[in-house]
Design a protein around this ligand. Sequence first.
Ligand code: GTP
Ligand code: MG
Length: 322
Amino acid sequence: MRFICFFNQFNHLLVKPTGRELNRRKMACSRYEYVKTYEQDDTILPNVWIVIRIDGKKFHKFSKTHNFEKPNDENALNVMNAAATAVMQEFPDVVLAFGQSDEYSFVFRKETAAFKRRSAKLLTYVTSLFSTSYVMQWTKWMSVPLAYAPCFDGRVVLYPSNENLRDYLSWRQADVHVNNLYNTAFWKLVLESGFSNQKAEERLRDTLSADKNELLFQEFGLNYNNLPAMYRKGTILLRKRVISSGDNDEKGRKAIVPLHEDLISSHFWKSHTEILGKYVPGTYKASEALPRLVDLQLSTKQEQKQEKQEEQENPENLAGIS
Ligand code: GTP
Ligand code: MG
């Protein structure tokens, strides 16, 4: 916050003060201004990946209140994805975002100068923009009304090397796998086999991944690998040039696209070289229908383009508005 003396700011609106009065105000200003020096410099080091991770506050309660499907609610996850898209639209320096459950990580490119790299500014802006966008997006995806304001906390973590950044993202994606496999088995036991929560927990205690896969297959006929990739891998948001079938524009239209790929594999990093390399968005070729998240972005852009064109063609309409 820039420190501006309140009196000086509105001087011109006041009855002309006497010289003595002016002197008094000047002194008041300089006397208090020293408090500015108590502010801490939180500028982030140069040349590091900046990761901001936000996490929903008490989402076990929030998901219960809003009747989220167990263990994964596709629409609720899409509210998260849409809120994260809004953050990426605001910050072009976010090269990748990764989300799962009630959390999202935003990766700022190493050279970003956003908010002069001031940690608190970046963190608070991303967290509050995510929270308000979550609320704004709610009715687009959910049929139940929002019962109360959701809240998110956030943290800033810095990674000096590409390897550290990849390991961080691998850690978050491995977390999706561990949690989702457990939760899928847990809720199958509770909802389909009538286990109490405690009994289901006991049944799964000390089991390995292979045991849970086997249980799902043998007892419920479910091949875990056939579950939607969004549930198993989380969502990676990248900026791409979208080329859909029947598109005349060969360059494609810029949008933020959701991917559910294995980012632990080196194949992912070879396919999306723009993340670690010189930043030029890659292409996203849609063989099937575009995900709704992308469709919404493109149709909003199209509407804005049309509005602008209409304004240019009929400037007299604008004059009427003012
Ligand atoms: P704090 O983050 O410490 O405030 O606790 P929290 O209750 O938010 O728990 P945590 O962040 O560890 O985990 C997120 C919780 O959100 C999960 O344990 C679930 O209860 C809930 N959740 C997130 N996504 C879904 C979903 O798609 N379906 C359902 N049923 N629950 C979900
Ligand atoms: Mg949480």
